[in-house]
Design a protein around this ligand. Structure first.
Ligand code: PLP
Length: 392
């Protein structure tokens, strides 16, 4: 291998601890151990059949060439109609960009809005790639410690307190990863006003929309602020992680820059996935997805009290996504001083794989663990049983 240096920006981007856990779990499985996976942030369900069928049909019809960089016009139109149908919000298809996952949308937004040295305000704990995307475009992630008091979300007060001369953007996720907490319409409106007063950009990652519980429907920020940028994806609610498809809604005036960046960074999102996604909003698909949402809700309802019985403290009840973010301080001791050690202990001794808080930031990270309820209920409860049988 050449000894020429790797760019500092790449060196600063660290792997996730969860990848180590996954690799260790795979090794243990190869040795014949039974591992229950609660570390993985993707639905265990396969892609709904109508979407798969539409993808296969597109392949047979030879839909294997590039689409326009902004996406298939029919899909952009279908997404625009979705905003009307689901949220009663008008969004022109001319403001929609189809991207390779929410990841592609995050890259476009950060690339288009952040200059070198600019700050982007993020909640800690939060989705880890956000700070890495910021680093990639030579901007700075200014992480703000949040806790149960603000439902683990950024508030207008946080913006007023932490915004400085370099700040350009605040990025929030609702429902959030790793806490599953949701911003109300009022909170989105307050955040919008605070950021508007600073002449900054608000970006809302709505990737877990559709996966909300207790009759709680996460509002889109577009219902209170048409100048916000919205990230979304077919990965989670629509069960299409491997198809690499998402979208971005931009305010008027920002589509040209996104078109230029998309042309240069990835040419277009995958064509067969875009054709497949045309079936994602059809009523037969939505009926399947609603059933799955109910299954996730049942899992959350049974896992949450079971984890609490184990001595874990879930300080804000998650209203969405498929994660429980739990404080494990009560279970720590001299031998297992932090959440990394506890996760390691559970993996090796109970065959349960979970993710320590340090993947999601720094704020009390070593006292927290994320449990993903992306396995069936029986397995989840078996995992709790195993963990309680080998109390640290
Ligand atoms: C909050 C959040 N945003 C974005 C992503 C990226 O998703 P994808 O690129 O699969 O759409 C994830 C994936 O876990 C996520 O949790």
């Amino acid at each position: 291998m050449s000894n020429k240096p790797i760019a500092q920006r790449a060196q600063d981007i660290k792997p996730f601890y969860v990848m180590d856990i996954l690799a260790q779990a795979k090794r243990l499985e190869a040795q014949g151990k039974d591992i229950i996976h609660m570390e993985v942030g993707e639905p265990d369900f396969p892609t709904p059949q109508p979407i798969v069928d539409a993808g296969i049909k597109a392949l047979h019809a030879g839909k294997t060439h590039y689409t326009p960089a902004l996406g298939l016009p029919e899909l952009r139109e279908t997404i625009a109609q979705w905003y009307q149908q689901r949220y009663q919000v008008d969004v022109s298809l001319n403001r929609i960009v189809v991207t390779p996952g929410a990841s592609g949308a995050l890259l476009l937004v950060m690339g288009a809005l952040l200059d070198k040295g600019c700050n982007v305000l993020l909640a800690d704990p939060g989705y880890p790639c956000n700070r890495h995307f910021a680093r990639f475009v030579e901007a700075k992630a200014k992480t703000i410690d949040v806790n149960a008091e603000s439902n683990y979300q950024l508030t207008a007060d946080h913006i007023n307190q932490h915004w400085d001369e370099q700040s350009v953007m605040a990025l929030v996720a609702s429902p959030s990863n790793p806490t599953g907490t949701v911003l109300t319409k009022q909170q989105l409106s307050d955040l919008s006003q605070a950021i508007q007063a600073k002449q900054g950009h608000l970006v809302v990652d709505e990737i877990y929309h559709g996966l909300t519980y207790d009759n709680f429907d996460a509002p889109t920020v577009l219902s209170v602020n048409q100048n916000a940028f919205v990230i979304n994806s077919f990965s989670k609610f629509f069960g299409m992680t491997g198809w690499r498809l998402g979208w971005l809604v931009v305010p008027e005036g920002y589509i040209d820059v996104m078109d230029r960046l998309a042309q240069n960074l990835f040419l277009a999102a995958p064509t067969m996935s875009q054709y497949a996604a045309l079936a994602a909003f059809k009523s037969d698909t939505l009926a399947i997805l609603e059933q799955r949402r109910q299954v996730f809700e049942q899992r959350r309802n049974s896992l949450l009290p079971a984890l609490e019985n184990l001595g874990l403290d879930i300080q804000a009840t998650p209203q969405g996504a498929f994660y429980l973010y739990a404080n494990c301080q009560q279970l720590l001791n001299d031998d297992l001083p932090d959440s990394v050690a506890l996760c390691d202990f559970w993996l090796k001794n109970a065959g349960v794989a979970v993710t320590p808080g340090n993947d999601f930031g720094y704020s009390l990270a070593n006292q927290h663990i994320r449990f993903a309820y992306t396995s069936d209920q029986q397995k989840l409860l078996a995992a709790v049983e195993r963990m309680s049988n080998i109390q640290p």
